[in-house]
Design a protein around this ligand. Structure first.
Ligand code: NAD
Length: 487
């Protein structure tokens, strides 16, 4: 394991001038993984300058096909070093290995392949017209890279969500400076080795470590030579970043928080609904932006559904990532554990019926210092309660009964977030009607977390601005220029 976690600038691993470091701890048992070099203004300046220079170096001269070959090679190399990435991601997050090996790492590699494939087939529009003097003019579009892209990332799916931005940004010919979450610095750092191995020119991919305000995050997003900012994280942070981007009129792509609802109708396939809502509430210990924290169940099946979800929640064995029986890992950090437990407390104070959980599970001595919380289900709260309106980002949900489609639609839409929803019903007319009326960017019917990377992804309302995925990513990572020729 890398115990000295450095910034990656201009193709080299570098510490920082000030010698300032911070601890990176394993959330399973709070053991020390290593010391992370916190980038100051000097390091951020160096990373942005390297990224800017690289735009006019060999990288800028490559044809699309040459870039595509390099990105394919990045994907192949991530897969070749699958185990290194798996160990790094698991050390940072504590997530069960079955999850990281089926989702985080393969999707991290796929993000380079899919955008390499997509850019090969991108076309632009062209129009021909007559000019007043009887000649002909042709207008056509060309897509040019925006320049230096700042990629500011969260900790819940570190490699997956970072490459989801870096893949398309590089496919379009930009260069990037990545600011991984302070909680999960390892896989972004390791990706630097991959870039060097496959021959991505120095300065194309850079990583600076640190925090948000008064640290690498703020220095990067306010840097005048950054031409675009793509961010995934909390809505409050997105607000600060949008303000920073206003100086210099830089474009932003924001993927933010959510308070996602599941709607379970009495005509659903009961087992599909229970199994899928179990995943959407508790997978990755509830630390998935698309996860469900509000469940609305039609009254005739309410009691049965609550009992079935309770049984599922109680079967989620916490444990070490590589233990075969482990079904749920810890939260990412002590700080996040405190936040989630404070919501568990608020739910109790606001009068919730605690169906299951509500605290810290009993763990063996060697894991007692980890960031564990119990999967938790509440009922009986009004729609105004804290855990029904605010994003907790833990393995928990509130379940309420409803009678009619109109009633549940009004409740679901009465929230400042609008990221995702899932609807469980056999009535295809109703499912499609609701999909158009629920104010979200993503709607699943009888499923959850199914992603086709060619399709648009993003949030409505305070869950974000912009759509990425497939050709939609290229709207953000390129500037569309119109060229007019008279002949
Ligand atoms: P966060 O907003 O606390 O941090 C995200 C990143 O922003 C970190 O790298 C952090 O250091 C940096 N940062 C913080 N303040 C900053 C500032 N002022 N300027 C620049 N950078 C700053 O989010 P988190 O706790 O890491 O992640 C959890 C949140 O992310 C949840 O709200 C979740 O819903 C959201 N999320 C959304 C999506 C999506 O696709 N919509 C996906 C994953 C996570």
């Amino acid at each position: 394991m890398n115990t000295n976690i450095q910034n990656f600038i201009n193709g080299e691993y570098v510490g920082n001038v000030s010698g300032k470091t911070f601890e990176n701890r394993n959330p399973v048992d709070n053991s020390l993984i290593g010391l992370v070099h916190e980038a100051g203004r000097l390091e951020v300046d160096a990373a942005v300058a390297a990224a800017k220079r690289a735009l006019s170096g060999p990288w800028g001269q490559l044809s699309v096909i040459e870039r595509v070959k390099l990105l394919d090679a990045v994907a192949v190399e991530i897969n070749r070093r699958f185990d290194d990435f798996l160990q790094a991601e698991i050390a940072d997050t504590g997530k069960p290995s079955h999850l990281a090996s089926h989702v985080d790492i393969p999707r991290g590699a796929a993000n380079f392949q899919i955008f390499a494939d997509t850019i090969k087939n991108m076309s632009t529009e062209s129009f021909e017209m007559r000019t007043p003097d009887g000649k002909t003019a042709l207008s056509y579009g060309v897509r040019v890279p925006r320049g230096v892209i700042a990629v500011v990332c969260p900790w819940n799916l570190p490699l997956l969500l970072m490459t989801w931005k870096v893949g398309p940004a590089l496919a379009c010919g930009n260069t990037v400076v990545v600011k991984p979450s302070e909680e999960t610095p390892l896989t972004a750092t390791l990706l630097g080795e991959v870039m060097n191995t496959v021959g991505v020119p120095a300065g194309v991919y850079n990583v600076v470590h640190g925090f948000g305000p008064d640290s690498a995050g703020a220095f990067l997003t306010s840097h005048p030579d950054v031409n675009g900012i793509t961010f995934t994280g909390e809505t409050g942070t997105g607000t600060a970043i949008m303000k920073a981007a206003a100086d210099g009129i830089r474009p932003v792509s924001l993927e933010l928080g959510g308070k996602n609802a599941a709607l379970v109708f009495e005509d659903c396939d009961f087992q599909v609904a229970v199994d899928t809502v179990t995943r959407s509430c508790f997978e990755n210990a509830g630390q998935v932006c698309l996860g469900t924290e509000r469940v609305y169940v039609q009254r005739p099946i309410f009691e049965r559904f609550v009992a079935a979800l309770k049984e599922k929640a109680e079967s989620m064995t916490p444990g070490r990532p590589f233990d075969a029986q482990t079904r749920i890992g810890p939260l990412v950090s002590k700080e996040h554990q405190r936040k989630v437990l404070s919501y568990y407390e608020k739910a109790r104070e606001e009068g919730a019926t605690i169906v299951t959980g509500g605290g810290i599970p009993a763990m063996p001595d060697d894991l007692k210092d980890g960031c564990w919380v119990q999967p938790t289900i509440w009922t009986g709260l009004p729609e105004t309660a804290s855990v029904v309106t605010e994003e907790v980002f833990g393995p928990c949900c509130h379940i309420s009964p409803f009678d009619t489609e109109d009633e549940v639609l009004a409740k679901v839409n009465d929230n400042r977030y609008g990221l995702a929803t899932s609807i469980y019903t056999q009535d295809i007319g109703r499912a499609n009607r609701l999909a158009r009326q629920i104010e979200v960017g993503l709607c699943w019917i009888n499923s959850w977390f199914l992603r086709d990377l060619r399709t648009p992804f993003g949030g409505s309302k305070q869950s974000g601005i912009g759509r990425e995925g497939g050709v939609h990513s290229f709207e953000f990572y390129t500037e569309l220029r119109n060229v007019m020729v008279k002949y």
